[in-house]
Design a binder for this molecule. Structure first.
Ligand SMILES: Cc1ncc(COP(=O)(O)O)c(C=O)c1O
Length: 376
């Protein structure tokens, strides 16, 4: 069996260092808001290239805290609009609705599956306050044009960097997470930089936002037992921070391992699987990717998934139901977003991780080729 993701094997890559880091925290007797958190926050801010990193409990909270922070700072108010990509994990949208803000969906580009920059300006209204870009699959969604739109319209540019730790935006030397006004990061175990449980962070160069996010994540308290804001409890714990410091030191090398797997898939598979763009190529679709996911797109996706499973290859779908079609969002169910819906019906994620062996990746690609051959 080739699993979609063998997390045990991923942890085993750095097991001794991780165990020592956890042991240190256990022995320290200090489990929250301590030295391990401060060390990780400083290292991650440096890695991303921002002046602040504020740890929190998970990626959904990171995005929520950014939006709540802007609300506290008077930048946005309930009912204001935030432009979001229609093709994303539901958490990007939940962060917006959780704050009483209104998500406005924008279709993805067919080539990259990321927000289509050419459609953003048309949906800006007097109530728009921010554009959220999501670096989905490990691909940078940032473009100079999107930054320019935000500048011209006075909008905040928020990055959802849950899936692209370490990616560098094309034609820049800047990492995703440092390209907009603020970014939310998830360190869910399966992510490129994954903890041994839930964790997240906000990165920003904005001193006022960093300060309010830090307070909001700690009940709104500052100093202790003085609450000027109604906050929540969303903190990174010392064990996760210590684990993440270890894994951050290996992130570039782990991303290189992912790239090596992606190179095998890109070389072995026909380019028409890269996207629905007739000029498809894995190279263009993935030019900036750190390969959190290796997506392919094909009619008969469910059949391919069943076939691969019967051949001992586990795959995944990112994502089978787009946010606007979810039952929890009846107010958006009427929306017709054909590109997003087509991606949801045809996307299949092949196994990829720093622990997957190149020989297993070749087996996966051979089985996909075999299915294509039989299918004609
Ligand atoms: C694009 C995206 N945004 C946000 C999140 C939310 O992160 P978390 O699971 O840490 O809350 C995730 C991952 O789960 C994600 O993939």
């Amino acid at each position: 069996m080739i699993p979609f993701l063998d997390i045990q094997a991923v942890t085993a890559l750095h097991a001794d260092e991780i165990a020592a880091a956890v042991d240190n925290v256990v022995r320290s007797g200090w489990y929250l808001k301590g030295r391990a958190t401060a060390v990780f926050e400083e290292a991650y801010a440096m890695f991303i290239g921002t002046s602040h990193c504020v740890g929190c409990a998970n990626g959904l909270d990171a995005l929520t805290l950014i939006l709540k922070g802007y609300m506290e700072l008077g930048v946005m108010a309930p009912g204001d609009e935030v432009i979001v990509p229609a093709n994303t994990f539901i958490a990007s949208v939940l962060a917006v609705t959780r704050c009483g803000l209104t998500p406005v969906f924008v279709e993805p580009s067919v080539e990259t599956s990321l927000i289509d920059e050419s459609l953003i300006e048309a949906v800006i209204t007097p109530r728009t306050r921010a554009v959220m870009i999501v670096h989905l699959y490990g691909r940078s969604a940032w473009t100079e044009h999107i930054s320019d739109i935000c500048r011209r319209h006075g909008l905040k540019l928020i990055e959802d960097n849950a899936q692209a730790h370490g990616a560098i935006a094309p034609n820049t030397s800047k990492r995703t997470g440092s390209l907009g006004d603020a970014a939310g990061h998830s360190f869910y175990p399966a992510k490129n930089l994954g903890a041994l449980g839930d964790a997240g962070a906000v990165t920003t160069d904005d001193d006022a936002l960093a300060d309010v996010v830090r307070r909001l994540g700690n009940y709104g308290m500052e100093p202790k037992y003085h609450c000027d804001l109604q906050g929540i409890n969303s903190r990174i714990d010392e064990v996760q921070a210590a684990v993440l410091s270890v894994k951050l030191r290996h992130l570039n090398e782990d991303n290189d391992r992912r790239r090596a797997i992606a190179d095998i898939y890109s070389e072995m598979l026909p380019p028409h699987l890269a996207s629905w763009d007739p000029n498809s190529s894995f190279l263009t679709a993935n030019s900036s990717s750190v390969f959190h996911v290796f997506p392919i797109f094909t009619e008969g996706r469910d059949d391919l998934q069943r076939y691969l499973l019967s051949e001992g290859v586990e795959t995944n779908i990112h994502y089978p139901i787009p946010p606007h079609r979810q039952r929890c969002f009846p107010q958006f169910n009427h929306l017709v977003l054909p590109v997003t819906e087509r991606l949801a019906a045809t996307e299949l994620s092949l196994p990829i991780s720093p622990a997957l062996s190149p020989s297993d990746a070749r087996i996966v690609a051979e089985k996909v080729l075999k299915w294509l051959e039989v299918k004609g």
